[in-house]
Design a protein. Structure first.
Length: 103
């Protein structure tokens, strides 16, 4: 395991920010090295770091509670499909299929 760091100098809303990001490596089973950022908030390895609006520190997706839009939307109507299925006697998966088909 190799330890190194990356120094970032940037501006956020006119404020100069200097952030040091630690780097670390792992050795994959197929050989070579895999480089990782070390999240400055959680201390865990991350393949990417993010700077969400309103923040001044790059950190991992998990540290900021960021999710993909598809994850947020994937189960958003699940309870509706269950309710409609219970009221109509149709399997909730079929209700979902029909709703997406425009019926």
């Amino acid at each position: 395991m190799v330890d190194a760091s990356l120094i970032l100098d940037f501006k956020v809303r006119g404020h100069v920010v200097k952030q040091t990001i630690k780097l670390t490596t792992t050795k994959p089973y197929y050989g070579g090295q895999r480089w990782w950022f070390v999240c400055p908030i959680l201390g865990s390895r991350a393949s990417k770091l993010y700077l969400p609006p309103g923040q001044q520190t790059f950190a991992s997706r998990k540290a900021y509670g960021l999710t993909y839009q598809s994850c947020r939307e994937s189960g958003q109507y699940r309870s509706l499909y269950k309710l409609l299925g219970a009221q109509t006697g149709i399997d909730p998966k079929n209700v979902e299929r029909l709703m997406k088909a425009g019926f």
